[in-house]
Design a protein around this ligand. Structure first.
Ligand code: GLY
Length: 383
């Protein structure tokens, strides 16, 4: 697969065609998951998913310069001012929310208001740091487990840390990096098991900082291996390595990636939890596949050793080709999502076997990275 990436440009044009249609038709502001092929609205501008649709539009805009994508992305970014100004519903997922929207807008057009939004979000994230336990507090309330939210941290947090690294660079303020690294070190110690599997939730005593309990959260149980959690770890540690060059984060990214790869079924797309009972009906999670693949492409770009780089490039390509061939909505114009087979919360029976906006986002992000590789390769061959 690695030697033949000819499918990548087809995958990209399928995506562009699909999103031109859905962006034109779709009336919801912040799509989250599909029901009967249609994206539902979160109706909560503070929800963790709201950045993915505008983020996906920016990814496409960057390559296609199709103005309606930009206009829609900017419109949604402005709507996200409401939770930022209200403050009270803000949680640790401000990284997902403002990295993909305001930072992207600022990087592409130098929009100062976008920069201020992202810096404000970074300050909120830094303020969630618990100094006794060296962790970033996930939420203000907790609907997922019995844990006290004041002492709760979750693996998804690794994807939010780049907001802090970015703020440190923008403001020449290392305190943001120190917080991000202190949190990443706690995740290394308390969330990553020796075999490379990953916990979803760790509950700390919010006063003395000691670990109190583990919770299964969106996974099968507290000792299981939720596949999207694994993908957050793979991708999140690779991002922490990109910004800090701390070798331990690269090792964690590779260790969690190796566990993930060792658990994949024949078609390279994970079941929702690697330790859930397995039969024909066990749901897959294509969002985990897409996020992990994009993270592996980042590892492959960052490592020095060409053999290791090829290994992760090949693994990511295998996953993405399978998604392209077996799980995309190509030829199904009634489906608004790009990837089928996502699983949001299996224990609660929510959003199972549907499209998830973050699955679509990471699939587009990963295919965009492959498009760049194909073009680089073409340039080299031209030489
Ligand atoms: N961040 C919540 C999830 O992965 O579903």
């Amino acid at each position: 697969m690695y030697d033949d990436l000819s499918w990548v440009n087809h995958a990209w044009s399928d995506i562009v065609k699909k999103v031109k249609k859905t962006s034109d038709e779709m009336t919801v502001k912040f799509p989250s998951m599909t029901t009967d092929g249609h994206y539902c609205d979160t109706h909560a501008p503070w929800a963790w998913v709201v950045g993915f649709w505008p983020g996906l539009l920016w990814l496409l805009y960057e390559k296609e310069q199709y103005e309606p994508f930009k206009a829609l992305a900017v419109d949604r970014e402005i709507l996200m001012d409401q939770p930022l100004e209200e403050y009270i519903n803000i949680h640790h997922d401000v990284g997902f929310m403002w990295q993909l929207t305001s930072i992207k807008h600022y990087e592409l057009f130098g929009n100062e208001k976008s920069k201020t939004r992202a810096l404000t979000a970074a300050s909120h994230l830094a303020s969630r740091f618990n100094i006794s336990g060296n962790f970033i507090t996930a939420w203000n309330k907790n609907d997922v487990s019995s844990a006290d939210p004041r002492g709760l941290s979750i693996i998804d947090s690794m994807m939010n840390l780049p907001l802090l690294y970015w703020a440190a660079e923008q403001l020449n303020a290392p305190r943001f990096t120190l917080i991000a690294k202190a949190h990443a070190d706690t995740v290394l110690k308390e969330f990553i098991r020796p075999d490379g599997s990953v916990r979803h939730m760790v509950e700390f005593d919010y006063l003395d900082g000691n670990v109190k309990d583990y919770h299964g959260g969106q996974g099968y149980s507290e000792e299981s291996a939720w596949s999207r959690g694994a993908s957050w770890a793979i991708h999140g540690f690779a991002l922490s390595y990109k910004f800090t060059k701390d070798q331990r984060y690269l090792e964690a990214a590779m260790k969690t990636a190796d566990f993930f790869l060792s658990c994949l079924p024949e078609d390279h797309v994970p079941h929702w939890d690697f330790r859930a009972p397995l039969d024909e009906s066990t749901p897959r999670d294509t969002s985990a596949a897409a996020c992990a693949a994009s993270g592996m492409l980042l590892i492959s770009e960052l490592v020095d050793d060409p053999a290791i780089s090829s290994k992760y490039m090949r693994s990511a390509s295998d996953i993405l080709l399978s998604l392209h061939q077996r799980y995309t909505t190509l030829g199904q114009p009634e489906e608004q999502g790009i990837l089928l087979g996502g699983a949001f919360n299996v224990p609660k029976g929510l959003g199972v076997n549907c499209s998830l906006i973050y699955g679509d986002y990471y699939y587009v992000e990963a295919i965009a990275k492959l498009v760049d590789r194909v073009n680089e390769k073409a340039k080299l061959n031209d030489f």
